[in-house]
Design a protein around this ligand. Sequence first.
Ligand code: GRF
Length: 298
Amino acid sequence: MAALDDEYRRLVEEAGLPPEALPSNAFFSNAVEHELNRAMAEQHVSAEKASDPIQVDWDGDWNTLSSIPAGHLDGNTLQACVAQRLAAGAKLAPMPIAVLISGTGTNLQAIIDAIAAGSLNAEIKLVVASRPDAAGLKRAEAAGLQTLTLSKDIYSDPIVADEVIATELYRAGVAYVIMAGYMRKVHPPILATFPERVINLHPALLPSFRGLDAIVQAYERGVKVAGITIHIANAAYDQGPILAQKAIMVEETWTLEQLEDAIHALEHTLYPELIQILSEGRVKVLPDLRVAIAPVRA
Ligand code: GRF
């Protein structure tokens, strides 16, 4: 891992990238490889884990999340525990989350801003970037957030990359993994460690316009109504349970850029709102994959 660290630094320097492209010192230490192996061996994080029955007693204290064996707390159980605690009159600490980015990070910024404004009761424990030149890393740095950057050049095997990410997310004790413009697929190491706890944002009204360049696809198709979808990420790409959607009417005079601006504006309000709903334990995925959102507690 030390050699990898040096190699990484060399690549970042050669590419003339800013210092924030370098991983935080806490990562890529000599201990990480050992920790990774230990965590994977002890917690048996694997693709099969996802289908295991989830049996866990969680007391609703965010600090104890990383003591629950990886993969043993699914989204519905977590939501039910939170709801129970709140119903019993408890005041919950900010919900720990991680945000995964690849690009400009405007959604990361919206989440940072909502937390600062007090409208989102969450705490960003870690920002993971799939590219060292992701501009969003600057936003993370400005907000004093811990970052982890994995480049495709270094971790060409996506499963290995996701094992590293899953381990660090687990150690950080996050309740939810929030993908915000993350351009890599997430694989079993992450999905199985956080069953139904990985959330994705898609800039179209799913199931229309799946995959890449969704806004361009919608624009070129001449849609009259466009919108965004927030869903739970699972093995079926862009097909997980839908948590929230928001639509807008598309003006005939709009350029692609105007549609993009309108879509991003929707994202920046709906994503923090949905994460707040998760922090209030109001989400339940039903057996038919519909999602029920409980009303705000009186
Ligand atoms: C967003 O439109 C998101 O829906 C898509 O990528 C974009 C990310 O933007 N998956 P940003 O990095 O948050 O600015």
